[in-house]
Ligand binder design. Structure first.
Ligand SMILES: C[S@@+](CC[C@H](N)C(=O)[O-])C[C@H]1O[C@@H](n2cnc3c(N)ncnc32)[C@H](O)[C@@H]1O
Length: 222
């Protein structure tokens, strides 16, 4: 499949005016999410990894629609998306989230402690490739947002544990637009390109790409 586009279109997937308009007409972030967003922008060199207002709201809305009992998030960062996803949990529900880096995990835990979900978010620190297999749960909703080279592995690990009609969301599936190039370069862009083909070719799932921010694959287990 070939895609034709100008080089200038690679990095700017979403028109900034459209982005601003959509944010202005969406429910604002709550105080804690705004605090995490601001803290991360001021203190973290990889701020761009944070889901942010619109994507966070989408995650919350999806979770509110599903009303999950068990959510798995792979890639906590500073805790923003976990707190969005947790908003849809049913009473007695839990969200497990996994972060490799201890510093980020500690920041996220601090924010979780200040939320109303402190007893419902379980943060695991370590490599998700080792931790996911040990979690004996049936997932209603999974959010994959960690190292791009492991997306296929994460998908294979979690799919058997997702309930029928459960959902998986995977982030950054345009990889800043790089997967659209004729000649995809770079380890992560190639990994995402491979993941996208892997998902497209499967017929045991229902799938669509959401063109929000850096793109999300939305998958339903059949
Ligand atoms: C894109 S960020 C997550 C952003 C977060 N979900 C949000 O929206 O605010 C990816 C995170 O995955 C973590 N990560 C990378 N490789 C990992 C691994 N093998 N296991 C667990 N976490 C990993 C990184 O340290 C980073 O904090």
């Amino acid at each position: 499949m070939r895609f034709t586009f100008a080089k200038t279109q690679i990095m700017e997937l979403i028109n900034p005016l459209v982005q601003q308009y959509a944010e202005a007409f969406s429910t604002p972030e709550d105080d804690l999410l705004r605090e995490i967003n601001l803290f991360t922008s001021k203190n973290h060199s990889e701020y761009q990894m944070l889901s942010g207002h619109l994507q966070g709201k989408l995650l919350e809305m999806v979770s509110q629609m599903i009303q999950p009992r068990r959510i798995l998030e792979i890639g906590t960062f500073t805790g923003y998306s976990a707190l969005c996803l947790a908003k849809g949990l049913v009473s007695g529900g839990q969200l497990h989230t996994i972060e490799l880096r201890e510093v980020d995990a500690a920041i996220a835990q601090g924010f979780f402690n200040h939320s109303s979900f402190s007893d419902r978010i379980i943060l695991h620190t370590g490599n998700a490739l080792n931790i996911v297999a040990g979690l004996n749960e049936t997932w209603d909703l999974v959010f994959i947002d960690a190292d791009k080279g492991s997306y296929i592995e994460y998908f294979k690990l979690v799919l058997p544990k997702v309930r029928q009609n459960g959902f998986i969301l995977a982030d950054n599936i345009f990889f800043h637009g790089q997967v659209l190039a004729d000649d995809v370069k770079g380890k992560n862009a190639l990994a995402i390109k491979g993941f996208n083909v892997f998902i497209r070719e499967r017929n045991d799932i229902d799938k669509m790409i959401l063109t929000l921010r850096d793109g999300l694959y939305l998958v339903r287990k059949l």
